[in-house]
Design a binder for this molecule. Structure first.
Ligand code: G6Q
Length: 527
């Protein structure tokens, strides 16, 4: 890469692209014009143009579940119809947004009163996976835009999560938002039941549930059966995948936190990226460029993971959010024709906010044996300016990208050691340890500040990147049979734990562990 930078002073200009206020610098990659041309040719030959059209044309691209993947409709501000199954779905989307607005404004303005006549102060979102990660990540990322309401998220079935969250909350001023597309997810339902018990135990009446529990779901009957009045239910549809759902009423907790207008700015930001993705030629298409560079390392260099490193503390959940978006979408090994693939598909996604990671795992990025392509995300301006903090943050981010690319040669290390008082023998021993190979790739995504529109565009950028890669790998990005398996597996074991009855249905290890847990719990006073 260093040689390519030396021979081409225009490399940054040529290999960077801007969409609204988001700049992607992809010049620190092991690519040339030839590489890019071949990658775009590959995309063309694998039908990417058609695949993008199919998404916007509301085809059932999630063919294993016979569903369209229409998250783009939830933020479609183009005025164009999106026709699915013969119906324009845009009016339904508008109605739900309007319902959301009415409710959000009533709660935020203090007009939605709890059972004692007090306004709501705290919102507890109960959901898991796609019904938690998106809303939780965005709410955290946009904290500087939050109003007076305190938002909390409970996902884990470990009662500690619910208990810790409810500590210090008052039922009379707490609103529970139970989010579940299927309204059958065990963890969410048990958390919601326990939340209801807590609410009633503290003196609230059954009738009060109507004003303190609302639901977000596609399943009206299940919501009613749970005891939430369908009048207080916000709807979304089958054609919204869980991990792509924060743009729908699943984003209710986001809107309660930042207000409906800001929520619509989030949608608008995503919409601008959608339009860019739909209309730009591959060579100037940010999601396509990001995706194809990812394919380059995944399939031609054997890179197994991608590190997502936001230099923004409020984005601390962004890597976890992308972990689900990417790994649940492209963690597949059966192609669209039903065959086992003989190439690598979705990479492992991981990361932490900078600069924390620098004092932990960056060592491996710089000097480990593996290639780990990196995405740095960097706001140029801080929403929490304080002294020189932000300049130092920016400097660290840019320095890391530079160091990964340039490394440090033996010649430079020798020169540095030449002024040290160490013995020649010690210097010789140290030399190879202080050399950095460099040539390690990274993308740097810079934006002015992390506001709702920018965050919307960033999320949409990655959503489309993921879809493009799924097309290249010929897999379905929109199903999740692995999650479904998890939902089934625990049930018989939970039944065994309750009944304490032995069964012979499991392998010896699982059976042994079940017995061991039953025995430990028998001896314990706090089951
Ligand atoms: C997302 C997945 C999964 C899902 C959760 C919660 O794409 O399908 O993470 O969001 O399992 O499902 P419910 O919303 O149905 O409770």
């Amino acid at each position: 890469m260093q040689a390519m930078f030396k021979s081409d002073p225009q490399r940054f200009r040529r290999y960077s692209i801007q969409v609204n206020d988001i700049k992607l610098d992809y010049s620190k990659n092991i690519i040339s014009d030839v590489t890019l041309k071949l990658l775009f040719d590959l995309a063309r030959s694998l039908g990417l143009t058609q695949a993008i059209e199919s998404m916007y044309a509301a085809e059932r691209i999630n063919f294993t579940e016979q569903r369209a993947a229409l998250h783009i409709a939830l933020r479609n501000m183009s005025g164009r119809d999106i026709v699915f199954d013969g119906n324009n779905i845009m009016p339904q989307v508008a109605i739900e947004l309007k319902n959301m607005r009415g409710f959000v404004e009533a709660v935020r303005d203090g007009r939605w009163l709890g059972y004692t006549g007090d306004a709501i102060t705290d919102v507890v979102n109960i959901g898991i996976g796609g019904s938690d990660l998106g809303p939780a990540m965005v709410t955290d990322a946009l904290r500087p835009f939050a109003g007076k309401l305190h938002t909390h998220f409970v996902s884990n079935v470990d009662a500690t999560h619910l208990r810790n969250t409810l500590q210090g909350l008052e039922p009379r001023t707490t609103l529970f938002v139970v989010v579940s597309k299927t309204f059958s997810t065990q963890e969410t339902l048990i958390n919601a039941c326990s939340a209801k018990d807590w609410f009633l135990e503290q003196g609230a009446t059954q009738a009060a549930i109507a004003t303190h529990f609302v639901a977000v779901s596609t399943q009206t009957e299940a919501v009613a059966a749970f005891g939430i009045n369908p009048v207080n239910m916000f709807r979304f549809w089958d054609w919204v995948g869980g991990r792509y759902s924060l743009w729908s009423t699943v984003g209710l907790s986001i809107a309660l936190s930042i207000g409906m207008s800001r929520f619509e700015e989030l949608l608008f930001g995503a919409h601008t990226m959608d339009e860019h993705f739909r209309t730009s030629p591959f060579e100037k298409n940010m999601p396509v460029i990001l995706a194809m560079i990812g394919v380059w390392y995944n399939n031609f260099f054997g890179a197994e993971s991608v590190a997502i490193l936001p230099y923004d503390q409020n984005m601390h959940r962004f890597p976890a959010y992308l972990q689900q978006a990417d790994m649940e979408s492209n963690g597949k090994s059966i192609d669209r024709q039903g065959h086992t693939v003989d190439y690598a598909t979705g990479p492992i996604i991981w990361g932490e906010p900078g600069t924390n990671g620098q004092h932990a795992f960056y060592q491996l990025l710089h000097q480990g044996t593996r290639m780990v392509p990196v995405d740095f995300l960097l706001p140029a301006c801080s929403l929490n300016p304080l002294g020189s903090h932000h300049e130092i943050l920016i400097a660290n981010c840019l320095a890391q990208a530079e160091a990964l690319m340039c490394g440090k040669t033996a010649a430079i290390v020798t020169q540095e050691l030449s002024v040290s008082p160490l013995s020649p023998k010690r210097k010789k021993t140290l030399l190879p340890h202080k050399v950095f190979p460099g040539n390690r790739p990274s993308n740097t995504i810079v934006f002015k500040e992390l506001n709702p529109a920018t965050l919307g565009a960033l999320i949409a950028l990655y959503e489309h990147k993921i879809y493009v890669q799924s097309v290249i790998w010929n897999i379905n990005a929109f199903d999740q049979w692995g999650v479904e398996l998890g939902k089934q597996l625990a049930k018989p074991i939970a039944a065994q734990l309750f009944s304490q009855v032995k069964s012979q249905h499991h392998d010896a290890s699982t059976e042994g562990l079940i017995d061991y847990c039953i025995n430990l719990r028998r001896d314990s006073t706090t089951q």
